[in-house]
Design a protein around this ligand. Sequence first.
Ligand SMILES: NC(=O)c1ccc[n+]([C@@H]2O[C@H](COP(=O)([O-])OP(=O)(O)OC[C@H]3O[C@@H](n4cnc5c(N)ncnc54)[C@H](O)[C@@H]3O)[C@@H](O)[C@H]2O)c1
Length: 436
Amino acid sequence: MLGMNISPATGKLGVLIPGMGAVTTTFIAGVEAVRRGAAEPIGSLTQMGTVRLGKRTDNRVPAIRDFVPLAGLDDLVFGGWDIYSDNCYEAAVHSGVLERPLLDSQKEFLSSIKPMPAVFDQDYVKRINGPNVKKYANKCVAAEMIGEDIRRFKADTGADRLVMIWIGSCEAFRTPSEVHSTLAKFEQGLKNNDPLIAPSMIYAYAALKQGISSINGSPNLSNDIPALQELARRNNVPIAGKDFKTGQTLVKTVIAPMLKSRLLGLSGWFSTNILGNRDGEVLDEPESFKTKEESKLSVLHEILQPSVYPQLYKDFHHQVRINYYPPRGDNKEGWDNIDIFGWLGYPMQLKINFLCRDSILAAPIVLDLVLFMDLAQRAGLGGIQEWLSFYFKSPITPEGLYPEHDLFIQLMKLKNTLRWMKGEELITHLGREYYD
Ligand SMILES: NC(=O)c1ccc[n+]([C@@H]2O[C@H](COP(=O)([O-])OP(=O)(O)OC[C@H]3O[C@@H](n4cnc5c(N)ncnc54)[C@H](O)[C@@H]3O)[C@@H](O)[C@H]2O)c1
């Protein structure tokens, strides 16, 4: 097999981030800590993962970062926008995720990253309000202002390539509508100040217009609308999303395939969380929670396929709750109570209590996505990057195609995509060759 022509990762890679809160600052300070040799990049596939090549007996298992040409951590430069003017040091201290000695050891570096004024609309995020926002006549002008910020950032940092990743607050629930249906209608909507165009869409549009890839880490629509997918295809730019798969849904997409593999039935799945960070505060507001809930709820139906297995999965109850509980800060606690049934319908239960740290789980995902999206772009892959669905709760797919949620199928898809890029044989796990 012939590999793809991947241009080398020379020069700096600029990471542009709308939303510089807990996840963003944990990501940036984490990369800096790894660069200084003060910590390990635990949880990152690009930094610690391997990929098997050829037969199991071949003993070819290179590190992913040696196998495909990824940007190095030293080449990353960071910039972004926020409605608060706190620099990254102040925002990281406020978030309370990482300990002060680590933050203080890189105070100068973190303080030098200051958010640019944001495009913000309080209709989309009701619980917060900040002073660092742009003023503009209409949304078309807002997009141009973001475009100008991007050009300035590129010139100031000398970045060769750029990736944008939305890590802003979860916006209010909206369904794709007429103004999102084509690029022409979207661009007209920008000029008309259409209320259905969210800030996250304006950032994604400004990036894609300049040929910069766009990743969406939140459950709100952002780049997951036909208009922006059209723009991505037209400019041959990669897009990926949405909603980082970090805690409870990560567990769900491992347990649900296990139940389905063994044909164990499900009568109910109750998931609840307590969370005390700013994300928890935003999600305490019903419109933002609705966006998150939709993202979390879709997973089970799509994995369990009740229409294919009606005796096992028809009418199961699925409830998801997130309760804002400030004393826990970023340390989320999730409980899952899973009511299942086995042979002859006998009931059983599974209980899972995950005491996790939201931003600690999210930061390595941000790093991997940034590096893989840059790789995709250098390999000439435009449009939706389904191979990165491994990282998302609600992977974007084209209309009519259901997403693949099973974590291990997603991982296989990701690694096979890397093999395919490099012209290596794909691994089907058939395994006949060891016995013939
Ligand atoms: N941590 C996780 O495990 C996880 C998992 C999945 C998704 N997410 C999503 O990631 C996002 C960030 O989470 P977080 O914990 O860092 O939240 P956070 O509240 O600490 O940070 C979000 C930041 O976005 C800023 N913001 C809001 N609207 C903006 C706009 N229009 N332009 C620029 N900045 C804007 C806010 O001021 C805030 O500083 C949330 O949407 C969350 O739902 C997080």
